[in-house]
Design a protein. Sequence first.
Length: 509
Amino acid sequence: MRISKIAFRLGLFAALAAACALGQTKELTASEQSYREARRVLDAGLAAYGGLDALRAIENFTIRHEGHTVHRHQSRRTDAPYERTPLSGTLIVDARRGRLYHDNKGSYPGGFNWHWGLMTNGKDAARVTFLERRINSTQAIPPQALRGRLRWLPHNLLISAHERSVQLHSLGRANFDKRPHDVLTYATEEGVQLTLYLDARTHLVSKFELLTGDPYFGDSVQEIIFPGHRAVGQFQVPTARVTRLMGEVVEEIPFVEVAFNKTYGDEQFKAPAGFAAPATAAAPVENPPSNKLAENVYLIRGGGYNVLAVGFKDHVMVVETPGGDSTSREVIARVKELMPGKPIKYAAVTHHHDDHAGGVRTYIAEGATIITTPGLRSFFERVAAARNFTFNPDTLTRSPRPLSLETLRNGKRVFTDGAQTIELYDIGSGPHMDEMIVAYLPQEKIVFQGDLLNRPEDGRVAPGNATTAHFADWLKKSGLAVERIVGVHGPVSTLDDLHKSVALMRAQN
Ligand SMILES: [Zn+2]
């Protein structure tokens, strides 16, 4: 009895010893290995930036930036080199108190100058336009707006990855900028998968990447590059922030100043004194899903844009294909409700900018013939041929169809079935584009245009720009009888609104 008990205990010990030995030699699973490697790289990165405790103790940071926007999908040209315009501003992030200030000043080619600011003291918020000294909105700034700006300093990416360690994985080594990098990936608070490249020698972040989609060409990677670092006190900070989309630079912003823990009063995070209050509920802006301009003539709202739809006896013509696939699907569904049984035979685009033609592929899938200017033919041929839409397959990917495309000859084309007429004109080279289509309905005395008169959504007449003035000159020379000017952006306008807009611009200069 006693012997058997000892033997039993010995057996138990042997089994335990064997189990321990097994535990020691047990191989790590792939996810454990990946996590451990990522953790090693992350810890080295945090140390290189100044150490986790010191980084966490930072109360606020300020970045003054001065650089350029590079206008991919927004230039006169469809291909690089694109136009560059200055871009400058100041960013103050005080995440601990939920305080944020960002002002940004830049332009689009053709005189579209803007200077916006957003600010919140953690309680009140404002979005302002400095040029017009107006508060546009006092709606709360969403938390992701603050988190996105925290990522302007890479150490905040590492802190975020540290807080979400369970999501952390190594993607091994990769070369970037001809140097070896350790690559990690984690999911952000917003659930976005973010990939970080840390220089294998310095352990500083050279860039991060997000997978995204381009409405014209499909699967795309967005890279935010930190091309160099310098010391500010005990911390390492980037010298600039460069954004690339599909390998093309779209923004280059050198940091002229990076500072930590400046003293700011609450005033810094409020709208400047004397700025006009936002439009009140007394004058609500109505944006119905469609607006009947005349018999068989509709302005259809989709994705925040306006699309013109004109019904002929046995088909429909649409002018402008803005946004992307989902906007186009929404607009096409509305066209079918309003004018049932009539196929969309033509879709004309004013110009190739992505806020005007980003949804063109859906109309190709719908069987519409795309109408454009001769200079944009090859661009739309490439867009129609793009096949790499695996992240988010669009309608043309799911229902492929060959491109049917026609261009204006000698700057004009008339579409008519005897009852309904629409004339398309290329207004020629202006400040915004080399070629630009406007649509004219002679019976209804309506002009439909993109970017030539952009009135604010709140219904005011704001000062125009060089592009507006060029359009007003063209319209005068054209001799067309016009009563209403309808735009892709903004409310329906009169000829008088156009003249006022140009006069306000001239009074400013
Ligand atoms: Zn444009």
